[in-house]
Design a protein around this ligand. Structure first.
Ligand code: GLV
Ligand code: MN
Ligand code: MN
Length: 437
């Protein structure tokens, strides 16, 4: 039998992720917006979020990428491909955080994209397709109630009406917050990308629960991403004297809210699908005085599912319940729809590319859905999208207690880097060009 000895012994350089460099970037970013209690505060459209983008833009420039930003505050670093006119492989995640968030949510995916490009550069590995590392702006819904504002601008799904309607807790609208940072509001439509510009999108992210840790698997490959519907409920009762008002005469907005909170939990548990979750994470009580029957409550409900129909069923049941509780208690109610997202199923062939990489590397993985929201859900509207999850040792996220081992991050970034090469070939093959040398 004849063996092609030359071909078999040819040693191709492999891109190798640099742990020290990755750790340094994560450490530097963990200082931006850090509170004394250890939480990260880089809310959407704040100076802290911008500082993180500046840090990443500087590292992108050092890596030789062509850096640009857009009118919503996304940051892009482009590495050219070997052939003109091909769609890009886009990698990245977000740099903003919730109030008192963890240091890995979003950041790992941005730093991972940057490191993937640096690893390719170091070994002089060219790709046919351009690679774009992206740091999205305003992924978290914590400040304004709506998420993914940066990636939604990219897919052309961010109406000006919404930017003017949504406000933070201080009454600042998204539109005003954007302009205060010097971004030109009127130019947001120019953020939109043509889907022909993107061959595939890959987001590396920490897992935000204990699934992989429980399974003792370091890597997850996401098949579907859940979505949120968020409702803001305003309850107007009557503020009154806490000593002089008999129990039968009260119109207590907070007591109504308490009943609603427990019913939200019950509906999510009982009436809806297995993946339905619902949370009341925010409640403002007025006047907030110990000697006054609460007259007014504003509460936000976050309802999520991977199944859009089950989410809609749960949402309708919750709306009906709010009306019933309010009517029975003599409370005036108003329900505002803050956001209504659709879940996304990720492309099979991009998922298979990651699976192939894991098998080649001997990395144990699990294919699983993500209950947490991600920019990949939005980017899937523009191009085939994929997500790699890194095991979360703490099993906790959206909390300063979020913790991921460096060895798992390095492994995730290596899977991401190798996936870029796999996608570079897969995209050529899908055009019928065969494997490129
Ligand atoms: C983002 O982290 C979200 O799912 O809220
Ligand atoms: Mn988050
Ligand atoms: Mn995130």
């Amino acid at each position: 039998m004849h063996w092609p000895v030359e071909a078999a012994t040819e040693v191709l350089p492999l891109p190798e992720v640099n742990q020290r460099r990755l750790a340094q970037d994560l450490r530097m970013l963990a200082h931006i917006g850090a509170s004394p209690g250890g939480g990260i505060n880089r809310l959407a459209f704040t100076a802290e979020e911008r500082e993180a983008h500046s840090y990443v833009a500087a590292r992108m420039r050092e890596a030789g990428l062509t850096v640009r930003g857009d009118a919503i505050g996304n940051t892009f670093g482009c590495r050219p491909g070997g052939r003109e006119g091909l769609p890009a492989i886009v990698l990245g995640s977000h740099l903003d955080s919730i109030y008192e968030g963890g240091q890995f949510d979003g950041t790992v995916g941005v730093v991972g994209a940057l490191e993937a490009v640096r690893a390719l550069n170091e070994q002089n590995i060219a790709t046919l397709h351009p690679i774009i590392a992206v740091a999205f702006a305003a992924e978290e819904g914590a400040r304004f109630g709506a998420s993914n504002l940066g990636s939604r601008a990219l897919v052309g799904d961010l109406p000006q009406e919404e930017l003017r309607r949504l406000h933070d807790g201080n009454g600042t609208s998204v539109a005003v917050a954007i302009q205060q940072l010097g971004f030109p509001l009127k130019e947001i439509p120019t953020c939109r990308w043509d889907s022909r510009q993107v061959g595939a999108f890959v987001e590396l992210h920490i897992e935000q629960s204990a699934g992989l840790e429980t399974l003792r698997k370091p890597v997850g490959i996401v098949d579907a991403i859940g979505a949120a519907t968020r409702l803001r409920i305003n309850l107007i009762g009557r503020p009154d004297h806490s000593g002089a008002t008999s129990m039968s005469l009260r119109r207590d907005a907070l007591a109504a809210a308490a009943e609603i909170v427990l019913n939200v939990e019950r509906i999510a548990r009982e009436t809806a699908g297995r993946n339905t979750v619902a949370t009341v994470g925010k409640l403002n009580v007025k006047p907030g005085v110990i000697t006054v029957v609460p007259g007014e409550v504003e509460m936000d409900i976050d309802i999520r599912d991977i199944d859009a129909d089950m989410k809609d069923i749960a949402t309708s049941a919750m709306e009906a319940m709010v009306h019933e509780v309010a009517r029975r208690r003599g409370i005036q109610e108003r329900i505002e729809l803050l956001t209504h997202q659709l879940p996304s199923t990720l492309a099979m062939w991009t998922r298979e590319a990651i699976r192939g990489v894991c098998q080649e590397m001997g990395v144990d993985y699990r294919v699983l859905p993500s209950g947490a929201g991600h920019d990949a859900r939005v980017m899937a509207d523009l191009a085939p999208a994929a997500m790699i999850l890194v095991r979360n040792k703490s099993g906790i996220s959206h909390s300063p207690a979020e913790w991921v081992e460096m060895s798992d991050i390095v492994l995730g970034v290596q899977v991401l880097t190798n996936t870029v090469l796999k996608l570079d070939d897969a995209l050529a093959q899908r055009r019928g060009e065969g494997k490129h040398p």
